[in-house]
Design a protein around this ligand. Sequence first.
Ligand code: BGC
Length: 279
Amino acid sequence: MSVTQEATQGVIPAQLLKGQKALVTGGNSGIGRATAIGLGRAGADVVVNYVAGREQAEQVVEEISGFGVRAAAYEADVSQENQVVAMIERMTQEFGTIDILVANAGLQRDAPLTEMTMAQWQKVLDVNLTGQFLCAREAAKEFLRRGVVPEVSRAAGKIICMSSVHQLIPWAGHVNYAASKGGVQMMMETLAQELAPHRIRVNAIAPGAIRTPINRSAWDTPNAEKDLLQLIPYGRVGDPEDIARAAVGLASDLMDYVVGATLYVDGGMTLFPGFATGG
Ligand code: BGC
């Protein structure tokens, strides 16, 4: 049993998302991987999107298939309109529809302002913000076409935007990333307002420091981890499964009345921990 399987076993109810079809972008690694596996454990059929790392994506598919649900790996670059359109079309054909979109794919290209290239700025905005916009747009078309199917879910569709504590906390040396996540917040809230009358729920998760490849240097030495823990009142670095459990809950009818919310899953990072003793 993998670490992810152990961390979600007994916590995620196996039938919670039964019969639902989920797409997780960037589902081959980190938070996306754990979330795809968590959704599968909850009974959803899952499409694992990836842009590079096909083998990892196929491993995730294999793990999910072990829960007795359907899973498949689809390659697509979420920043490319034609590829996103084709991905949702293919999912609708092969899985019948889409009920849950986790717009998770994201990356960092860090540099101080005066050294940041146009390419670094653009890449991060293209993937983190435009990518979520394109996936949300195409998923919403299918939600609207199909409408509510009461046996499946109270909602016609659920979109979860993977944001970050950096939609709130400014982050020197990461202006492209922070700007993209600030954009995700307002995009999510605007889409939530626009789509709620159609019974489509749009929400976000804002992870704090989660142990994944994106921030390896922040936790992979004892000194780095000690510094990082200064920023986390709860006293531990997050695991991808912390986000997976939040995503499963948010996608489920347990949270049917949650619309346009950002769920911070950050061990208290956004509580201004410096003020616990200062100020
Ligand atoms: C970033 C990580 C960082 C965390 C907390 C995330 O959104 O991708 O690199 O460790 O925020 O600062």
